[in-house]
Design a protein around this ligand. Structure first.
Ligand code: BGC
Length: 345
């Protein structure tokens, strides 16, 4: 096992077994029999990212079935350390990976990875944690797969606005103003920034006045969100009418705090999340979360796999309709309780 390789070397994922044909890029005219994709994720315990990786493996198996080309995938966990992730990429390049997929720990620090990959002429597909456009321009073999961040904030705001308009009891003190707190993901993450801003501005764009009581950074994490929500409940108690969470795990942490405080569900604020993870969908189904916004992990996984496959086999990427020749961005979808069955597995 290599340094930090903490989860699944699904090297034998391949339907077709190969001995060493998978290592190293093959000449165009050779018949490719196998490819090797190296993946490093910022944190294997992140619910959304781990579900995205599950889908990635499913599509890889399907692709092998369709093409007969073995796809070896090595997945590394960077455990929230950029230097660990850099070392993992170095190892993957030494191991002869044909393409590297990187879920950056620090989206402002891609330079070491880009330089190493360029020196070995191995393309890099960044995903979910978006580097700035200038960094993606540094070499012509850099790509990004993610989602249309703006939409998630707008849709979350629309769900909250609809709840306020449809049910007068949501406005607990009857002042016509939506008092809210917000749980934010990691500081500096493109999705935290955009979701925080647009969820709130969309509520006001829908003609509803808002008042921000408090906010907390809970780093996408359920346990941290529970702790931070418990503190805000102590401080603002029943004044809180809405909890906007930048993702489902934090919305669920807020619900854990409401339950731990023994507040009866009729008294709960409206809670809205983003992602539509399995646990998030269950919570919308049970009515605990008012709604969520689907972050299309299957679409992103398929986009990543198709792109990585095309790059590793030297195929033309033009069929993939890349935006600006570099980006794949999947749309979001709103999920209310009546929609949830379409998404539950
Ligand atoms: C997801 C979060 C996840 C984060 C990790 C976001 O797009 O909505 O759930 O924790 O990505 O980078």
């Amino acid at each position: 096992m290599g340094k930090g390789k903490a989860f699944i070397g699904i090297g034998m994922l391949c339907a077709v077994m190969t001995l060493c044909a998978g290592c190293g890029r093959q000449e165009k005219d050779d018949k490719v029999e196998s490819i090797r994709i190296g993946v490093t994720v910022y944190d294997q315990y992140d619910t959304f990212v781990s579900q995205l990786m599950e889908s990635f493996k499913v599509y890889a198996r399907q692709k092998t079935g369709e093409t007969g080309i073995a796809i070896n995938i090595d997945v590394y966990n960077a455990s929230a350390s950029q230097s660990t992730q850099n070392a993992q990429v170095e190892e993957m390049l030494e191991d002869g990976c044909d393409v590297i997929c990187v879920n950056l720990v620090d989206r402002t620090e891609p330079t070491t990875i880009i330089d190493m990959a360029e020196s070995k002429n191995v393309p890099v597909v960044f995903f979910n944690r978006e580097l700035v456009a200038e960094d993606l321009e540094r070499w012509n073999q850099l790509y990004y797969v993610g989602a249309k961040a703006l939409e998630s904030g707008i849709m979350e705001g629309e769900i909250a606005a609809q709840a306020f308009k449809e049910d007068p009891s949501v406005d607990k003190n009857g002042d016509g103003i939506f008092q809210y707190v917000i749980l934010e993901g990691e500081a500096g993450h493109q999705d935290s920034i955009v979701r925080t801003e647009y969820s709130v501005s969309t509520i006001t764009d829908n003609g509803i006045e808002v008042e921000k009581l408090g906010y907390a950074i809970a780093n996408w994490n359920r346990a941290q969100a529970q702790t931070k929500t418990a503190q805000m409940l102590n401080e603002y108690g029943k004044q809180i009418e809405l909890i906007l969470a930048n993702n489902d795990d934090m919305a669920l942490g807020a619900i854990d705090a409401l339950k731990a405080a023994e507040i009866s569900p009729e008294e709960w604020p409206v809670v809205v999340g983003i992602d539509g993870t399995d646990v998030g969908l269950e919570s919308v189904k049970s009515g605990e979360m008012a709604g969520t916004v689907y972050n299309d992990k299957e679409g992103q996984a398929r986009g990543m796999l198709d792109l990585a496959y095309a790059l590793a086999t030297d195929q033309d990427t033009s069929e993939l309709n890349l935006e600006d020749g570099k980006y794949i961005r999947l749309p979001y979808q709103k999920i209310l309780s009546e929609d949830v069955y379409q998404y539950l597995k």
